[in-house]
Design a protein around this ligand. Structure first.
Ligand code: SAH
Length: 453
């Protein structure tokens, strides 16, 4: 058994990074993970936790800083759970993401000869998010609106967030002043009592339109017309103010009922030349600038000539389907959330696109049925959630033998697993392109071109 003692201090070298962005080092041959430490650094740590196979260290002092280290721009960085890698300069962040993808694909996926490109970053990796969800809470009589601390539900009162749009900061401040001035009750997460739970904003980046959603635990908000007046006079870009009713004792932020207080029920934004209606509950990529980069890459990899039948699986509100539609003969979009498919149909309609058919259901159930009925795809795009594709779906695709599969992934480890499966069944991963959709965080998005051997 290695000699590591809890609450003892040690000086160690950081020899690697986890995929979550923690530094990895060894204390007397025992692995420890340290938030905020970078590879190549010599650091002093205190061991705060010892598990069976690894320990957790708290960073006390950086003795030799890495050249990749930078001063985080946010004053709340140490506590806030929003950003994980602000202490890396942006070039280093991109390199870290490329390495994460390479490590997964080469080590877990055992794919040696696939080309893995450098991560495409943003020109300005700040203020990129089009959606903010601020929990509202109260501690010792003080109203707090901000974000949760890392691995906890303690709310940090954040006046300005460097990855959100500045208009979201303004909305937060107006709501906070309103709550304090009018003594509005605040929700208590543990007891399930009180009124205001969350403030959510959505922002159309190209249109400038702003939506404000106040999530409450009852049916009504006192002095709501005053809130409308204060919000709209302070922030003229606001096009929609809604109450969202959520009376459940749950971590899920939004309930399923909205009540309009002002303006429209949706705002609009564009990705490329396509227009999208965004409602409080619809899934919409949070970084619209990089979404365009990602979708353009997916379209390029799809290699369409106008004759193809294309499946867009896990299609959400049909964003990728629309991008594909202009170069395909026919697109079939499949998505499990019914409301998302309603939005997808509406989005196709407002863009005057007629060659897409949307279907509700799990891709692993719908696609075997569709295939049995005689419809096959020349090209398939998949964009699954973190758990990756179901094996039944991959099996059906392998039977169907599309020329190309374009895999969009938010989780490199399930991506590597699925690529390995496809490789064993006659498909070859040709090119891998990571795209930085979530600067300042350890999340990586990847698009892969896979061809029939
Ligand atoms: N391609 C879309 C959405 C990607 S997010 C976009 O770029 O905006 C992944 C989507 O997969 C979510 O909308 C989720 O509801 C959906 N989903 C999850 N499991 C699914 C399944 N088994 N079959 C079909 N869709 C699924």
């Amino acid at each position: 058994m290695a000699e590591v003692v809890k609450n003892e201090e040690y000086t160690i070298e950081i020899t690697g990074m986890t995929h979550e962005g923690q530094g990895v080092g060894r204390v007397n041959n025992f692995t420890v993970f340290i938030d905020g430490a970078l590879v190549g650094e010599k650091v002093r740590i205190k061991v705060i936790k010892i598990n069976k196979n690894y320990g957790v260290g708290k960073l006390l002092e950086i003795l030799t800083p890495s050249s990749q280290r930078t001063t985080p721009f946010c004053a709340h960085y140490k506590r806030c759970g929003g950003c994980g890698i602000q202490h890396m300069n942006y070039q280093a962040q991109l390199q870290f993401k490329t390495n994460t993808v390479k490590d997964n694909i080469r080590r877990l996926g055992k794919l040696e000869d696939v080309v893995i490109h450098d991560t495409i970053g943003m020109e300005n990796a700040m203020n990129y998010r089009n959606k903010a969800q601020y929990p509202v809470g109260q501690v010792k009589g003080n109203t707090l609106i901000g974000f949760y601390a890392t691995r906890s539900h303690d709310i940090i009162d954040i006046t300005s967030c460097g990855i959100q749009s500045s208009v979201s900061d303004k909305v937060r401040q107006v709501c906070k002043d309103f709550i304090i001035k009018n003594n509005i009750e605040i929700y208590d997460e543990e007891k399930g009592t009180g009124l205001i739970r969350h403030i959510m904003t959505r922002v159309g980046y190209k249109t400038g339109e702003v939506m404000v959603v106040v999530v409450i635990n009852k049916d009504d908000l006192p002095r709501k017309q005053q809130l409308v007046k204060e919000l709209t006079s302070a922030i003229p870009e606001i096009r929609s103010i809604l109450l969202n009713i959520n009376k459940k004792k749950t971590n899920v932020i939004l309930g399923d009922r909205n009540v309009k207080l002002y303006g429209e029920e949706v705002i609009t934004d564009y990705i490329g030349r396509y227009k999208f209606n965004i409602s409080p509950l619809s899934f919409f990529q949070v970084n619209p600038v990089q979404t365009e980069v990602l979708y353009s890459k997916a379209l390029e990899y799809a290699g369409l000539t106008g004759k193809e039948t294309v499946f867009d699986l896990y299609c959400g509100i049909g964003t990728i389907s629309l991008f594909l539609s202009e170069k395909a003969k026919k697109v079939y979009g499949v998505e499990v959330v019914e409301e998302a498919i309603d939005d997808a149909r509406e989005n196709a309609r407002i863009n005057g696109v007629e060659n897409i058919e949307f279907m509700v259901g799990e891709a692993e159930r719908v696609i075997p049925e569709v295939y049995k009925s005689g419809v096959t795809a020349d090209v398939v795009v998949v964009d699954p959630p973190r758990k990756g594709c179901d094996e039944v779906l991959l099996e059906t695709l392998v039977d169907m033998q599309p020329q190309r599969i374009v895999y969009v992934s938010c989780n490199p480890s399930t991506l590597a697993r699925d690529l390995k499966y496809l490789e064993e069944k006659g498909y070859k991963a040709v090119e891998v392109q990571p795209v930085d959709m979530f600067p300042q965080t350890a999340h990586v998005e990847t698009v892969v071109l896979i061809e029939r051997k």
